[in-house]
Design a binder for this molecule. Structure first.
Ligand code: ADP
Length: 391
């Protein structure tokens, strides 16, 4: 089955074409466009390019298109992308303004460009649909909860892949199967010991998720992507009392608060240097105290959430690092694990340093929990889920 995975940004369109079957899948083509003003024309251009390059004889060969949609109002899971999906995305466009409008439009465009293909949306919130009401409810009035304000969680495709792959790497095949089939069968009981994972997705945007037997029990991300860990330029956790205080004291409007919290906060906000960790590392090395502070705050927050989920899971079998920072930054991984020997987390510094954006076990022989680096592959997760859904 040929499945096109569409990655839509407000001014970008990237795609990967997968050939999928029961045994797995492979990428047969990929491409992308930046500074896009008209998504319809670049989608047509991508399909024409695939044809011209001989990858497909006709666009009709593409049986399905997968969309990694972020946040739907009253809708989650892995669903056929139809008008209900578009309405759900538009219903929360104000909460995820960078993500929802391009996907709503992209689904419309693909429905026109590939009328015979099945369109499938996998919401980033899907992995958290079995978390407990105690973990996803905020302590707010009922009228707020009634309009959909709760913890949703994001990076679901990435953390679900970690649930699958970490189980396989720890020889827990049964848990791996449960995680793989989660959106079809729901959570399943596991024979033998529980399998407890804390997954750290550390990239441009970051979150930590606790996973029990292949199913998320909670995550650091909340109602919007402005929550949890310090993000690249978006605020992470913030006391709600800070917003009225800043508005009154700085004399700024609500729109300005929103702009500053979504564009000038996070690692950029603290460091004043950059939203890219590589620049921050360089500045910290040359003695910039604010750059160092932003690194320290990131490490502090990662450890805070790891601790929270270890407690809730009643222990830990695997600690996983994934995404741009998690895969590439050995020094940060070492700092996250520093002093956790008493909790059975012991990193092997040599293995950690030798790991370069590839799957690796970086725990020492003395570590009770496995410490794993697993490269993120969200497009593959999409292709797999679309394939499972349609077959
Ligand atoms: P996105 O969330 O945008 O998909 P990524 O998962 O690619 O982002 O992560 C981007 C982040 O990863 C950036 O902060 C970047 O600095 C960081 N990163 C990438 N490579 C390295 C590296 N070699 N060392 C440290 N940080 C890195």
């Amino acid at each position: 089955m040929l499945i096109l995975v569409a990655n839509l940004g407000s001014t970008s369109f990237k795609y990967r074409l997968f050939r999928m079957d029961e045994s797995g899948g492979e990428v047969v083509a990929k491409g992308g466009y930046e500074r896009v003003t008209d998504h319809a024309s670049v989608i047509d251009d991508a399909l024409a390019t695939l044809q011209r390059d001989g990858v497909i004889a006709s666009p009709d060969e593409i049986e399905a298109v997968g969309f990694k949609t972020v946040l739907g109002k009253d809708l989650s899971g892995c669903v056929i992308a139809d008008q209900q999906t578009i309405d759900a995305l538009e219903g929360f466009a104000a909460v995820a303004p960078a993500h929802n409008p391009p996907y709503a439009n992209g689904i419309r465009q693909f429905a026109k460009a590939l009328p015979k293909a099945k369109l499938v949306a996998l919401f980033e919130t899907a992995f958290y649909q079995w978390t407990s009401p105690a973990s996803y409810n905020y302590a707010i009035p009922k009228s707020w909860r009634d309009i959909g304000i709760r913890r949703y969680g994001f990076h679901g495709a990435s953390h679900k892949f970690i649930a699958e792959r970490s189980a396989e790497m720890c020889e827990r095949e049964e848990v791996g199967q449960i995680a793989r089939r989660l959106y079809l069968d729901g959570p399943q009981t596991v024979s033998g010991k529980p399998f407890r994972v804390v997954s750290c997705h550390l990239g441009g945007s970051s979150s930590v998720t606790g996973i029990l037997n292949g199913v998320a029990i909670g995550t650091s991300m909340g109602f919007s992507p402005q929550s949890g860990l310090p993000q690249n330029n978006r605020v992470g956790e913030l006391d709600s009392g800070a917003i009225p205080y800043a508005m009154r004291t700085l004399g700024i409007s609500l729109d300005e608060v929103e702009r500053q919290l979504t564009k000038e906060s996070g690692l950029l906000g603290i460091s004043g240097v950059s939203n890219d960790l590589r620049d921050i590392l360089q500045a910290a090395e040359s003695g910039n105290a604010d750059a160092q502070l932003s690194l320290d705050a990131l490490v502090h927050s990662i450890r805070h959430w790891i601790g929270a989920f270890m407690l809730e899971l009643g222990g830990l079998d695997a600690l996983v690092f994934t995404a741009g920072i998690g895969e590439n930054n050995a020094a940060l991984r070492e700092r996250v694990c520093d002093g956790l020997e008493g909790f059975g987390i012991v990193i092997d510094p040599a293995k950690n340093d030798a790991c370069r954006a590839a799957e690796a076990d970086i725990g020492s022989a003395a570590s009770a929990a496995r410490i794993l680096v697993i490269p993120a592959n969200e497009e593959l997760v999409l292709a797999r889920e679309v394939f499972r859904k349609l077959s």
